[in-house]
Every structure is written in structure tokens, then in C-alpha cells.
Design a protein around this ligand. Structure first.
Ligand code: DX5
Ligand code: ZN
Length: 220
């Protein structure tokens, strides 16, 4: 399992220390939530913040674009240091073109699905993806409750990926913590995002260790 703490849940006045905690806690990726106040009802951070985070940390930046018109600033996010980029299926008109641009920019290309978007929409594009981000909350805010039916979506995707012999990874985002990470991993998820469960914890490094310990299964 790869652990991707979500910086959105950290103290915005102290992202540098949040990055240090990610490194100390052995995070695999840093999850960066970009929100435009249009695709989702909230604003978070944009290019300058991503650039500062990527410069300050050796960890790969996993950029989750919750924006309308993701094609508009995509190249700039890639230049700013995004190593993994997910665009929302619901926001992308020319998804295939976007995915090609992400890969040409040297990053891993992913598609994010809102909770109510069925996994079947990815059936044809699946082989052009490096990962699928299954949202287990409605995007927009950290600290929401996990939507259990996301597990079924992960299981369906995992079986389709296995059946077709593809290398696509499944990421899950929203409401994941030490109490439910095992179910998430058992459903076939390989990348777990955790925001509040890490940065809302009095000891984020211990929280990361606990999530990792609880997420361990025979095959992960
Ligand atoms: C929600 C974001 C998530 C969020 C996760 O829109 O995409 O990445 O930061 O935070 P938690 O783990 O608190 O749900
Ligand atoms: Zn996210």
C-alpha cells in the first residue's frame, strides 16, 4: 500500500512542517488537492503553492485537480512539479487528450470519479490510465465521512483490471483512517489518501504508522 497524506488537512500556515511530517512518517506521495470554487464548492491552492511544496519536498506530488476546464492550466501544473495528476471524469470533455498530455509531461495519468459516477465510464479508457482515483467522499472538503459503497466500486475496478491484465493502480480518497484502511486495501486499493486522519491527529507520524500497520494484508 502507498500512503498519500493530504496536505489540505494540514495547517495552511505551516505546510513546510506538514511536509517534514510526511517525510518522517514515511509517506509515499503527498496528495495535493487543487479546488477552483467552481467544479467544487471550495477553493484551496493553486500553482504557486504546488511549486513551493514540490521544491521543498523530495516526495512525489500527487495532484488531484478538482477544477472545471482542467486542460486550461494542466501544462503549468506539470511544470510546477506534479508527478501524478488526476483529472475528474466529470470535468473533462476531451479526456483522452488530457491523459496524453499528462504522460507527455512526464507524470502518471489518472482519472478521478465522484462517488455517484459509475466505474463503467472508464471501460474503454482504462488501458490508457496509470491510476484511477475513486472518491469515497464528495470532493470539496477534508474531514467528511467515508461513503462505504466506494468499496464496491474499487472491487469492480480491481477485478476488471486483473481480468484484462492491466497495470492500472487504484487510489481512494476521502474519509480513510486507521479504522477502515484494512477494508479499503482489501477492496483492491493500492494508494490510500488520508487527510484528517493524519493531520487532525495529535501525532501525525504515529497516525501514519498506524494507518500503514492496519492496512497491511498478506498481499499489500
Ligand atoms: C476531498 C479531497 C481529499 C481530502 C481528504 O475533496 O479530495 O483529498 O483532503 O481528506 P480526509 O481524509 O479528511 O477525508
Ligand atoms: Zn483529494
Amino acid at each position: 500500500m502507498l500512503l498519500a497524506p493530504s496536505i489540505l488537512a494540514a495547517d495552511p500556515a505551516n505546510f513546510a512542517s506538514a511536509l517534514d511530517l510526511c517525510a518522517e512518517g514515511g509517506a509515499d506521495l503527498v496528495h495535493v488537492d487543487v479546488m477552483d470554487g467552481h467544479f467544487v464548492p471550495n477553493l484551496s491552492f493553486g500553482l504557486p503553492v504546488l511549486e513551493a511544496l514540490a521544491t521543498r519536498s523530495d516526495l512525489p506530488m500527487d495532484v488531484h485537480l478538482m477544477v472545471s476546464n482542467p486542460e486550461r492550466l494542466l501544462d503549468r501544473y506539470l511544470e510546477a512539479g506534479a508527478a501524478w495528476v488526476s483529472v475528474h471524469w466529470e470535468a473533462a470533455t476531451h479526456l483522452d487528450r488530457l491523459l496524453q498530455r499528462i504522460r507527455e509531461g512526464g507524470a502518471r495519468a489518472g482519472v478521478a470519479l465522484n462517488p455517484a459516477t459509475p466505474t463503467e465510464v472508464l471501460v474503454d479508457v482504462l488501458e490508457a490510465l496509470d491510476f484511477v482515483l475513486v472518491m469515497s467522499v464528495n470532493p470539496g472538503f477534508a474531514g467528511q465521512r467515508f461513503r462505504p459503497y466506494a468499496l464496491n466500486k474499487a472491487r469492480k475496478l480491481a477485478s476488471e483490471i486483473r481480468h484484462r491484465g492491466l497495470e492500472v493502480m487504484i487510489e481512494m480518497d476521502g474519509g480513510i483512517g486507521a479504522d477502515n484502511v484494512r477494508q479499503v486495501v482489501d477492496a483492491g486499493v493500492e494508494i490510500c489518501v488520508a487527510g484528517s486522519a493524519v493531520f487532525g491527529h495529535p501525532d501525525p507520524v504515529a497516525a501514519m504508522a498506524e494507518i500503514r500497520r492496519n492496512g497491511r494484508t498478506e498481499r499489500a
